[in-house]
Design a protein around this ligand. Structure first.
Ligand SMILES: NC(=O)c1ccc[n+]([C@@H]2O[C@H](COP(=O)([O-])OP(=O)(O)OC[C@H]3O[C@@H](n4cnc5c(N)ncnc54)[C@H](OP(=O)(O)O)[C@@H]3O)[C@@H](O)[C@H]2O)c1
Length: 326
């Protein structure tokens, strides 16, 4: 994998261009602030009366409508929720973005699955910081950076990669490392990771463990400590030094019991289901379902949200008070 750092790019490439950041939320605010502090001219595109518009104005940025911002810039970054990008792009960006401009994304979903098809004259690139916006901003302010992915979908000008790299440097990501990938790889691995492991698998396993203990008559606080609270300790060990490092630092009882249980929990059926989840992602089935649900007012998302009882979070609040000594 090719990794780029500060010495590999030229910040001047982005400093001589005007950048419109569409959406001033989680990612957008960090992009805007980091770019401005790196000497780049930034305007914000936001919907009228929204939180993003208010916060961007408070931070001293010029705030325009999406179409005005897109039409005024050389580089347009789409830091909007993925499920809303196709409609906003079609309605407010496609007709106003300047000929020969560069169009950027923080995640490849809309482009990779053909939910939008940018005009042939546009450069299309991806800069995907590996973490939440507030972390991207905090690392920049501390003089460090967050790693990011870089990819070019279309190089119409011959400068698309140089623009994308300069954009990533202005975000501060060159201080950590900018990893070259493709829209397909970024998008498919990101969706798979969040579905099968991070936001699907792990939370479901944690919650199922908690409920198994509570249903068996143990106190909810004990169940929470064992199955939820301590999950972070294990993840921290893996992040610090890897899997062998983690196993070296748990008891023999935990290691032995964990190995036996893992074989009962992650079975051939689980692995087959993971492959089926990946198939749904790669075929575009998941992306189409997301966009259809959003278009209908998100009824399926709302139904899925409602099936989580609040009791586990009420126990969590009590446990955090105990741990925090309150
Ligand atoms: N979140 C992350 O950690 C992360 C990490 C890497 C990449 N990304 C990518 O970054 C992009 C942006 O994600 P995000 O989490 O930053 O988005 P976000 O915070 O959820 O939303 C950004 C902005 O979108 C506006 N918005 C939402 N719905 C809208 C609608 N229907 N019409 C017009 N404006 C609307 C909001 O405006 P208001 O303020 O007016 O509500 C908000 O300011 C996505 O492509 C995502 O995949 C995210």
């Amino acid at each position: 994998m090719k990794i780029y750092r500060e010495v590999d790019g030229d910040l001047g490439v982005i400093r001589k261009r005007r950048v419109a950041i569409l959406g001033y939320g989680n990612q957008g605010h960090a992009h805007a602030l980091n770019l401005r502090d790196s000497g780049v001219e930034v305007v914000i595109g936001a919907r009228e009366g929204g939180t993003g518009a208010r916060k961007a104005a408070e931070a001293g940025f010029p705030v325009l409508r999406f179409d005005e911002a897109a039409g005024s810039a050389d580089v347009v970054m789409m830091t909007l929720p993925d499920e809303h990008i196709p409609a906003i792009y079609e309605r407010e960006v496609a007709g106003s973005i300047r000929p020969g401009a560069a169009l950027g994304f923080a995640h490849g979903l809309a482009v990779h699955f053909g939910l939008i098809v940018p005009r042939e004259d546009l450069d299309v690139f991806l800069i995907g910081p590996k973490g939440a916006g507030r972390w991207l901003r905090a690392e920049y302010e501390a003089g460090r950076g967050l790693a990011a992915l870089i990819a070019v979908h279309r190089d119409a000008s011959g400068e698309a990669f140089a623009i994308a790299l300069a954009y990533a440097l202005a975000l501060g990501c060159g201080r950590a490392g900018i990893l070259e990938t493709t829209f397909a790889e970024e998008c498919e691995t990101d969706l798979f990771g969040e579905q099968a492991v991070l936001c699907g698998g792990i939370p479901a396993l944690i919650e199922a463990g908690f409920r198994t203990l509570v249903e068996a008559g143990y106190s909810p606080e004990m169940a929470y400590f064992e199955c939820v609270h301590e999950a972070k300790l294990i993840v921290d060990l893996i992040a610090e030094g890897g899997f062998a490092y983690m196993r070296d630092r748990i008891s023999t009882t935990a290691e032995y019991g964990g190995e036996l249980a893992a074989d009962r929990l992650v079975t051939d059926r689980t692995r087959a289901e993971m492959r089926a989840i990946l198939d749904d992602i790669r075929s575009g089935t998941f992306a189409r379902r997301l966009i259809a649900d959003t278009g209908a007012g998100s009824p399926e998302l709302e139904r899925l949200r409602r099936r989580h009882p609040r009791d586990i979070d009420e126990v969590g609040e009590r446990v955090r008070r105990i741990v925090g000594g309150k």
